[in-house]
Design a protein around this ligand. Structure first.
Ligand SMILES: NC(=O)c1ccc[n+]([C@@H]2O[C@H](COP(=O)([O-])OP(=O)(O)OC[C@H]3O[C@@H](n4cnc5c(N)ncnc54)[C@H](O)[C@@H]3O)[C@@H](O)[C@H]2O)c1
Length: 388
C-alpha cells in the first residue's frame, strides 16, 4: 500500500487532511536551489555539540549564525565551528545575517514559541523534539509554514536508519503476516545538566519515548486510540543549571497504542531506568523494539536512534537471522543536514511534519489518559507507509 492510499483509506480527518501537501521542490525551486542552505542554530547547549560537527561537514550547509540566551555559549560555539555571527536573542538573530533554515536546539518548552517567530520571518525550520508544545500549537505552526511558503520538520530522524527501512520493507511485504503486537522501550537515569527535562511539558515522553513512538507509528501506521499510565518516581533531582529541583513532569511512562491496522503496541520510557549502556548507548546489543505477526517476528538490535541490526524469524525460516548489520551513513543527529540536502535537491525526505504532529498528539493523549483515567481517541494521521 502506498502512503497516499493509506491516508485515503483511513477516512479520518487529521493533519494530513487539514494541511494540503506542498513538496520540498516548491521551496527548492525558489531562491535557494543549487546553493548551500544558510543555517542559523539557536540553542548552544549539549546537543549543539553533536549537531554542529555534522552540520558543518555537510556540503549542503553553511552555518551562518549561532544564538543562545547564555551568550557565552553562542560565543564558544561560534569560535569552535568558525561561525561568523553570534546573537544573544532570537529577535537579533532574525534581524541579523540572513538565513534559510533555523535549527532549534533550545529547551523543549521554548520550541513552539521560537519556531513561530522564525516562521513569521519566512524561515524554514528544523526543530529538535517536540516541534511544538501541544498538538494544536503544532497544527497552527504547520498552517503558518504553509501560508509563509516554507517548511517545518521535527526530530527524531529514526525513520532514516537502514534498519528502519529494512523493517518497514518487510512489514509492507507482509513478511510478518498480519502484525498483531509490538513493544519498544528507552530509558536512562535522566539528564543531569538542565531542569527543563523535568519541568511542566518536559518529561520522559517528549525526550525519550518520542523515538519509540516515531518508530512504532512509522512501522505500524497511525494510531487511533491511546491509554497510558504515567507517574513521577523521583520527586526531587539535582541539575547543573538550577541545583535541587522538584520534578513536575512524568519520569515513568507506559503507553498503549491501538493502531488503525489493528495492531496494539506498547512503549515504555522513563528517567529511572538503569542502563548499562549509558546515555551514549555504547555496546547496546539487545533488542529495544520487537514486533510479532501471524507469519513472523522481528527485533531491532540496539536503540532505534542508533540501531545495529534486525533479527527476524518467519514461518519460511524459523531460525532467527540477523539482517541490516551495515549502519550505512545514518547517524541520529543527521536530521537537519538531511533537510538541508532535501531543500537543495528537491528530494522529499522521509521525515515528515504530519508524522511528528501525530507523535505529539499521542504524547498529549497519554497525559490526558493518565489525568482522566480514560482511553483517548486521536484525530491525526500521516503519510504511511514510511518507505522511499
Ligand atoms: N543532549 C542530548 O543528548 C540531546 C539528544 C537529542 C535531542 N536533544 C534535544 O535537544 C534539545 C536541547 O537539549 P540539550 O540537551 O542541548 O539542552 P541544553 O540545556 O544543554 O541546551 C539548551 C540551550 O538552549 C538555550 N536556550 C533556551 N532558551 C533559549 C531561547 N529562548 N533562545 C536562545 N537560546 C535558548 C539554553 O541557554 C541552552 O544553552 C531538547 O529538545 C532535547 O530534547 C538533546
Amino acid at each position: 500500500m502506498k502512503r497516499k492510499d493509506f491516508i485515503k483509506s483511513c477516512g479520518v480527518i487529521g493533519t494530513a487532511a487539514v494541511i494540503a501537501p506542498f513538496g520540498v521542490s516548491a521551496v527548492a525551486q525558489g531562491s535557494i536551489r543549487d546553493k548551500r542552505i544558510r543555517v542559523a542554530v539557536i540553542g548552544c547547549g549539549s546537543v549543539s555539540g553533536v549537531y554542529l560537527p555534522h552540520l558543518t561537514k555537510s556540503p549542503y550547509v553553511e552555518v551562518v549564525s549561532v544564538c543562545d540566551i547564555k551568550p557565552e555559549r553562542a560565543k564558544a560555539r561560534a569560535e569552535q565551528f568558525n561561525v561568523p555571527n553570534q546573537y544573544p536573542h532570537i529577535d537579533l538573530m532574525l534581524a541579523g545575517a540572513d538565513f534559510d533554515l533555523m535549527v532549534n536546539l533550545t529547551d523543549m518548552q521554548e520550541h513552539g514559541r521560537l519556531n513561530r517567530l522564525a516562521l513569521l520571518k519566512g524561515k524554514n525550520i528544523w526543530s529538535e523534539k517536540p516541534l511544538a508544545n501541544s498538538y494544536s500549537e503544532g497544527l497552527d505552526l504547520l498552517q503558518l509554514a504553509k501560508k509563509q511558503g516554507v517548511r517545518i520538520w521535527g526530530a527524531p530522524a529514526v525513520v532514516n536508519s537502514p534498519q528502519f527501512a529494512f523493517m518497514a520493507g518487510q512489514i509492507n511485504e507482509k513478511k510478518l503476516g498480519t502484525v498483531a503486537a509490538a513493544h519498544a522501550h528507552y530509558g536512562h537515569l535522566g539528564p543531569t545538566w538542565s531542569a527543563f527535562f523535568y519541568e511542566n511539558l518536559g518529561g520522559s515522553m517528549p525526550d525519550l519515548g518520542v523515538y519509540n513512538l516515531s518508530t512504532l507509528t512509522g512501522l505500524l501506521g497511525p494510531v487511533k486510540s491511546v491509554t497510558a499510565m504515567l507517574n513521577i518516581l523521583t520527586h526531587q533531582r539535582m541539575v547543573d543549571d538550577k541545583g535541587k529541583i522538584t520534578v513536575e513532569a512524568e519520569d515513568n511512562a507506559s503507553i498503549l497504542l491501538e493502531h488503525h491496522s489493528g495492531a496494539i503496541s506498547h512503549v515504555m520510557c522513563g528517567f529511572n531506568y538503569f542502563d548499562p549502556y549509558g546515555h551514549q548507548g555504547t555496546g547496546q546489543d539487545k533488542p529495544t523494539v520487537s514486533l510479532v505477526g501471524t507469519r513472523g517476528a522481528m527485533h531491532l538490535i540496539g536503540y532505534d536512534w542508533m540501531p545495529f541490526a534486525v533479527e527476524m524469524a518467519t514461518i519460511d525460516h524459523e531460525e532467527p537471522q540477523r539482517f541490516s548489520t551495515d549502519p550505512g551513513s545514518y547517524v541520529w543527529q543527521e536530521g537537519a543536514s538531511v533537510i538541508c540536502e532535501s531543500l537543495v535537491t528537491g528530494m522529499e525526505p522521509l521525515i515528515n511534519a504530519e508524522h511528528s504532529l501525530h507523535v505529539l498528539e499521542i504524547i498529549e493523549a497519554a497525559r490526558r489518559s493518565q489525568n482522566e483515567g480514560a482511553r483517548i481517541q486521536l484525530e491525526s494521521v500521516f503519510p504511511y507507509p514510511v518507505i522511499k
